[in-house]
Every structure is written in structure tokens, then in C-alpha cells.
Design a protein around this ligand. Structure first.
Ligand code: SAH
Ligand code: SF4
Length: 360
């Protein structure tokens, strides 16, 4: 069993089942999350017997970093290989004094949004808690290697679940992962700094709300009418916009917090003035903000990116409805690290090449 698959508050209890003293859980979590050490033999304040043989054969196996590419704007894409082969990606985004880590929750994605590169992979499998936390550990190691440890403050201060996959399709893993990310013995990040983005799985949004984690909610709306939404996001056939807005109203928010609606702008598809007005009317009565994401093209995609002018006009029309609309700057497009560009289509080929197989 991988200890990282359990929420950190349960570590002490679990270790005591294997004959360890309960405070061993705290000692080990300190090594893992504060010092980024996952090798028991290096945990020097543990008794030699615990260091040599993991209690109950517990492990801390993590996905293995295969590549890390840095974009001209400083965005970094980290590719990690899971123990059974699939490759997932995380993105580190330095911006305005913040360091945001974008995490994957699945290898591939089964939701099938037509504008998303990950969709073409289909769903390979859900990630486990240790594979989500492993992305954080490896991203931190990368930053620390570059001297971040010497600066003040935690290197990664925001986390967004906007990488590969639909986080709410893997809710049983997402919830314990968030508990470790927010627990003082784990990563210790405030839940206000964690955002879960979903394609709008209504019953799961309810469950996330009931888990009372205090995390921010973002919903990819991407169309102002059900008719258009069903075309570009097949999940719209299951959950109409009205139900999505209802569940967002029920989502527990603190004072002044709002649900974010993401809207990928596709040229000539959902970016007209009339569509901006429809979206404005839909969201005006609602405590929300809109995040406009100009489409990030990828090879073989049928959509185009609207002009800056069109994007600005769309935002202006929403402002007329007193809706705060921000435009998401595309980060790391040159290394295909921007929203919706994460994918590894040719996994077997990549594997073979990395292993130096001349037959491919
Ligand atoms: N599955 C979740 C989170 C991952 S996708 C979701 O769909 O919300 C993160 C964001 O990227 C979503 O808002 C999605 O609409 C957006 N996105 C997907 N493909 C994109 C593309 N090609 N260009 C710009 N944004 C894209
Ligand atoms: Fe999956 Fe999100 Fe991409 Fe849709 S946009 S296919 S839900 S990752």
C-alpha cells in the first residue's frame, strides 16, 4: 500500500497498526511534505529498524518525471509516467508573483469536449491520490533544485485542477487528495487557493459541496444555449445549463466568493455579440465571474482562435451586464502547455523512443 494514497491525518493511525508509535505519522509526513523526502532510509530521525524496512511494506512510490519543458514565458510542463505506462502532465505557471500548479486527475479524459486535445486520448484511467500528490512533490523538487528553498514563502501558492481529466469523475480520489493538500501536516495550502474545474457534472458538484472542503469551483460553460453546448460538449446532453446554474447556487461559498464560469472562445462558433448578450442575460442574476479563454489551437483541431478585438468586445458586452469577465492569457503555448493542449497521443512511440528502440 502507498501511504500517500491515505489522507495525511490517517497516517499515524495506519502506522500504529503496523506496530509503530502513532507520532511516526507526523514525523514521516514532515519529511515528505516539508522536505520532499520519500525515501525512508533518508529519514534520519526515524529508528534504524523503521528506516530499513517500511512498516507493513508501505511505499511512497511516485510517478516518474520523464520530461520538463520550459516555455519562453516561464511556464513549465512536466510529463510524468505512471507505473503502468500512461503519461500525464502538470503545468507550473509563474505569473504576477504567484506560482500556480495545474494538476491532472486522470490519464486522458472521457468527457469528449470537441475543442480539447486531451479528449482525443479518451479515458485511460483515473489517477490515485499518490499520483496527484506525486505531481506536487515533483514540481516542488524541480523548483527547490533551482533555489526556491532560499526564498521566502511557499514556492507553490495556488493549485488548479485544470490539467488532464475531469476532476469530478474521480471524486473519491480528489477529496482525500485535497484533504492532504490543505492539512497542516500535509501541504498546508488554504482551500481558498485551490480551484476545481469541471465540465459540469451536476450530482458530483453537489457532492463536492457537501464534502465542505472550502475549495473554489470553476465550471466550463463554453456556450450560452443548451443547443450549442451539446454540440461542442457532449456532456451537455446529460446536464442542461439550467441544472448547472442551480447546483452552482447551492455550492457553499464564503462572503464575496463567486463561482467562475470558464468560456473557451471559438471563432465563429460561440464568440458573437448576440452570444455574449445571451451569456450576459443568463449569468446577470447570478453571483459569478467569467473567465474567457481564447481557444488554444493544436494540430488537427477544427476550431480557430478569435481575434483580440472579438475577445475584448465579448468581455465588454458582459461588463454591460455587470459581470466581471477576465481574459485568460495563454501560457506556454510554444510547449503545448496551455489549457486544453495537454495530451500524449503517441505513448507507445514515445516509450519506445525513450528506451532507444531503433525499430520505431
Ligand atoms: N476537465 C475540466 C478541467 C480540465 S480542462 C474542465 O473541463 O473544466 C481546463 C479548462 O481548459 C476548461 O475550462 C476547458 O474548457 C479549457 N479548454 C479545453 N480545451 C481548450 C483549448 N483547446 N483551448 C482553450 N481552453 C481549453
Ligand atoms: Fe475533459 Fe475538460 Fe478536456 Fe472536456 S475540457 S475533454 S472535461 S479535460
Amino acid at each position: 500500500m502507498n501511504l500517500l494514497d491515505l489522507p495525511v491525518p490517517l497516517w499515524g493511525e495506519t502506522l500504529s497498526q503496523y506496530g509503530e508509535v502513532p507520532y511516526r505519522g507526523r514525523q514521516i509526513s514532515h519529511w515528505v511534505f516539508k522536505k520532499l523526502v520519500t525515501d525512508l532510509s533518508q529519514m534520519t530521525n526515524l529508528p534504524l529498524s523503521s528506516r530499513a524496512l517500511p512498516p507493513g511494506n508501505l511505499s511512497f512510490d511516485l510517478p516518474e518525471v520523464v520530461t520538463s519543458e520550459t516555455s519562453v514565458d516561464g511556464t513549465r510542463k512536466i510529463a510524468l509516467r505512471l507505473h503502468d505506462g500512461p503519461i500525464i502532465e502538470s503545468v507550473l505557471i509563474p505569473r504576477k508573483g504567484r506560482m500556480t500548479l495545474c494538476l491532472s486527475t486522470q490519464a486522458g479524459c472521457g468527457i469528449g469536449c470537441r475543442f480539447c486535445r486531451t479528449a482525443a486520448m479518451g479515458l485511460i484511467r483515473n489517477l490515485g491520490v499518490s499520483e496527484i500528490l506525486g505531481q506536487w512533490i515533483e514540481a516542488m523538487r524541480l523548483l527547490v533544485r533551482e533555489g526556491w528553498g532560499e526564498r521566502e514563502g511557499p514556492p507553490i501558492d495556488h493549485i488548479v485542477f485544470m490539467g488532464m481529466g475531469e476532476p469530478l469523475a474521480n471524486l473519491d480520489v480528489l477529496i482525500p487528495a485535497i484533504r492532504t493538500l490543505t492539512h497542516p501536516d500535509g501541504v498546508g495550502l488554504s482551500p481558498r487557493r485551490i480551484t476545481v474545474s469541471t465540465s459540469g457534472l451536476v450530482p458530483k458538484i453537489d457532492l463536492l459541496g457537501r464534502a465542505n472542503l472550502g475549495v473554489q469551483l470553476a465550471v466550463s460553460l463554453c456556450a450560452p444555449t443548451d443547443e450549442l453546448r451539446r454540440e461542442i460538449m457532449p456532456v451537455g446532453r446529460v446536464y442542461p445549463i439550467g441544472e448547472i446554474l442551480d447546483v452552482c447556487r447551492r455550492y457553499p461559498l464564503r462572503n464575496r466568493e463567486r463561482v467562475t464560469f470558464e468560456y473557451v472562445l471559438l471563432s465563429g462558433v460561440n464568440d458573437s455579440r448576440e452570444q455574449a448578450r445571451l451569456l450576459g442575460r443568463l449569468l446577470a442574476p447570478f453571483r459569478s465571474k467569467v473567465n474567457l479563454i481564447p481557444f488554444n489551437p493544436f494540430p488537427g483541431s477544427p476550431f480557430g482562435r478569435p481575434s483580440d478585438q472579438t475577445v475584448a468586445l465579448f468581455a465588454e458586452i458582459l461588463a454591460g451586464f455587470h459581470i466581471t469577465a477576465t481574459v485568460r492569457k495563454s501560457m506556454g503555448p510554444d510547449v503545448l502547455a496551455a489549457c486544453g493542449q495537454l495530451a500524449r497521443e503517441h505513448q507507445t512511440m514515445v516509450h519506445a523512443l525513450e528506451k532507444g528502440d531503433p525499430s520505431t
